[in-house]
Design a protein around this ligand. Structure first.
Ligand SMILES: [Zn+2]
Length: 117
């Protein structure tokens, strides 16, 4: 999990719920963590409902990768799955570098263990 340094210093280290609305290219979407997703599904993007769901039982890096992956499906419906998957994995790899986290003023804190696969 990534929290701003100020949040960690205040002791807010419990995983917050994730459920919010945001704009993706001018369209209102809901993004939420949902443990009811099937165990073999890390996340999904429902273009009809304008909803992105992320399984919360993954590592922080994987959750970022899933969020980026599903965001790309929401924003760019025409992209193929391989491009979306590879670019999201690359993005998570870059963001989770300690030097990049430090540059952004963020730090990794302990989280619940990922689900067994
Ligand atoms: Zn996909």
């Amino acid at each position: 999990m990534i929290l701003a340094a100020s949040e960690v210093m205040r002791g807010k280290t419990r995983m917050p719920k994730l459920d919010f609305f945001t704009q993706i290219l001018g369209v209102r979407w809901r993004i939420l963590a949902d443990h009811r997703l099937p165990r073999d599904t890390d996340g999904d993007c429902n273009r009809e409902l304008k909803r992105i769901r992320i399984h919360p039982s993954n590592t922080p890096k994987k959750k970022l990768e899933i969020l980026h992956h599903e965001w790309q499906h929401a924003a760019f419906d025409h992209l193929d799955e391989v491009y979306v998957s590879d670019s999201s994995a690359d993005f998570a790899e870059i963001l989770f570098r300690p030097d990049v986290l430090a540059f952004l003023g963020l730090q990794l804190i302990p989280d619940s263990p990922p689900r067994a696969s």
